[in-house]
Unconditional design. Structure first.
Lengths: 194, 311
């Protein structure tokens, strides 16, 4: 692997190629950048074309600015100079619904776990379910799964499916890297035999 | 270089020091962007480095300009333009160049298919990779996304709005029979405004942790001005390819662009606090305006080609 080809490039490309070939199970999204549904609920709008701040439904927002509106969840006292004189948006004490997190830290965390245990996650899960501790826990776990609402269950399913997709990807990546390593060391076959 | 050498400098003119800084930085960035991009192109789309490398050189030139604009934006928002930000500016420039090529260089059907695939990328994260160029684009995009908390609401909104503007541009740009009415002309003008207005906010959102609301309006105006200037420079090549833009539909475009330029730089000078970043941005826009006026005149004399590499 060239020094300029990062492992993250290879992982990213491999995930997309696996999806294209149908090798990934399920149709869950990988990443949703589109936040238009959440943005619609924000209380304020910044008209970037005019540099003016409005309440969400202000009628003074020019028609030509509709495509330049940014949703704003919270405004500061020092932003009053931008305020529309008609709707007079005021600072509110509540926090925005979307707290930004460092998603890359989470991704690296997940990658490190999956890299170590990915190949045996499902098998280990089945074994654990049959163990004495697993039998005791199973009723509680299944009860909890039934008890959470549909949205929470969808989130959990996406997380679990993503783990499985990552496991597939990293296994494939691992095979490719091992093959490349073997070839570099003079072996013409993946298992090293000649 | 000034607009009128004999007249006193206008109130928005950042002065000779800012112009000298612009000249110096663009030279620096022309060299540094190649160090970031050449290995990526060689690894993922090596055919771009074959022959005259015209396309590759255009990509470097755009990335150098993005770094200059990014440098100014970063300072306007109160931060220093460091090595990591240079990398972000370079990736962003290359990303814009490749995205524009998918829209502009492979025909109408390819442009629409690309837009559909980008929509899937934005809504679900999946992107079908068919060519080496697309692999290069995806790797550059992934590296750019990895430099920032992509879940930040402003970053997400700016990306979506840039996509919407590109989509609208593809829908509007095909030449129709007969002259355009005022409403259609205004729509083209807004579309140009949005394409580059949102692009400069995407770039800024990748470069700094928070975008102060009070700076968004002037920054959006700066972005819009870049697109009007750019479209004026490409007026004849766009016409040759049957592509409608606001600027190539005006009867006296040079005069209109001067009015637009002066109103936008005045807004920047009055709407942003005095800073080296503001002066750098205005100096860059002035330089870009003057070089694109000259490009327009050259193309008028010689006939336009989209593949000439201009400063």
């Amino acid at each position: 692997m060239s020094e300029h080809v990062h492992i993250s490039d290879v992982v990213g490309l491999t995930i997309q190629e696996l999806h294209m070939t149908g090798a990934l199970r399920g149709d869950e999204p990988l990443l949703r950048i589109d936040n238009s549904a959440e943005a619609e609920k924000a209380p304020f709008r910044l008209d970037a074309a005019a540099g003016r701040l409005h309440r969400k439904d202000c009628r003074a927002i020019p028609a030509g600015s509709r495509s330049a509106l940014y949703s704003v969840w919270k405004i500061g006292a020092d932003e009053q100079e931008l305020a529309c004189p008609r709707c007079k948006p005021m600072p509110e004490p509540e926090k925005p619904p979307q707290e930004s997190e460092n998603s890359t830290d989470l991704l690296y965390g997940v990658l490190s776990v999956v890299n170590q245990f990915g190949g045996v996650l499902r098998e280990r899960g089945q074994e654990y379910r049959k163990s004495s501790v697993g039998k005791v826990l199973s009723a509680q776990i299944e009860g909890m799964y039934r008890g959470i609402n549909e949205r929470e269950r969808n989130v959990l399913d996406v997380v679990l499916a993503s783990l499985e997709q990552l496991a597939v990807t990293i296994r494939k990546l691992d095979e490719n890297l091992n093959n490349a390593h073997d070839m570099k060391n003079g072996s013409s076959k993946p298992d090293g035999s000649r | 270089m000034t607009l009128a050498a004999s007249a006193p400098p206008p109130s928005w003119d950042p002065g000779p020091a800012a112009r000298a800084r612009t000249d110096r930085l663009i030279q620096v960035y022309r060299k540094s962007v190649a160090a970031h991009l050449e290995p990526l192109v060689r690894a993922y789309n090596p055919s771009m480095l074959e022959g005259a490398q015209t396309e590759y050189r255009k990509m470097l030139e755009l990335s150098a300009k993005m770094n200059l604009v990014g440098h100014a934006c970063t300072e306007i928002f109160g931060h220093a333009y460091d090595a990591r930000r240079l990398k972000i500016g370079t990736l962003f420039g290359a990303c814009c160049f490749l995205a524009d090529s998918f829209i502009d260089d492979f025909g109408e059907a390819a442009a629409r298919e690309y837009l559909e695939r980008i929509e899937l990328l934005l809504t679900e994260g999946w992107f079908d990779l068919k060519t080496d160029r697309e692999r290069l684009f995806f790797v550059i995009l992934s590296r750019l996304f990895a430099e920032r908390d992509l879940m930040h609401p402003t970053v997400r909104q700016a990306i979506l709005k840039l996509y919407a503007a590109q989509k609208q541009d593809v829908n509007l740009r095909r030449a129709r029979g007969g002259p355009l009415g005022r409403a259609e002309l205004n729509l083209l003008k807004r579309c140009a405004r949005n394409r580059s207005g949102h692009a400069i906010l995407v770039l800024s959102a990748f470069l700094v942790p928070e975008l102060a609301l009070s700076r968004l309006g002037p920054m959006f105006a700066a972005g819009a001005l870049i697109m009007y200037i750019d479209d004026h420079g490409d007026c004849f090549s766009d016409r040759n390819e049957g592509r409608l833009t606001f600027m190539n539909q005006l009867s006296r475009p040079e005069r209109s662009l001067k009015v637009i330029f002066l109103s936008h730089v005045t807004r920047l000078a009055e709407g942003l606090p005095k800073s080296e970043g503001r002066d750098l941005l205005i100096a860059f826009l002035t330089r870009y305006y003057l070089t694109r006026l000259e490009k327009h005149r050259q193309q008028k004399r010689a006939g336009g080609s989209a593949w000439a590499v201009h400063e």
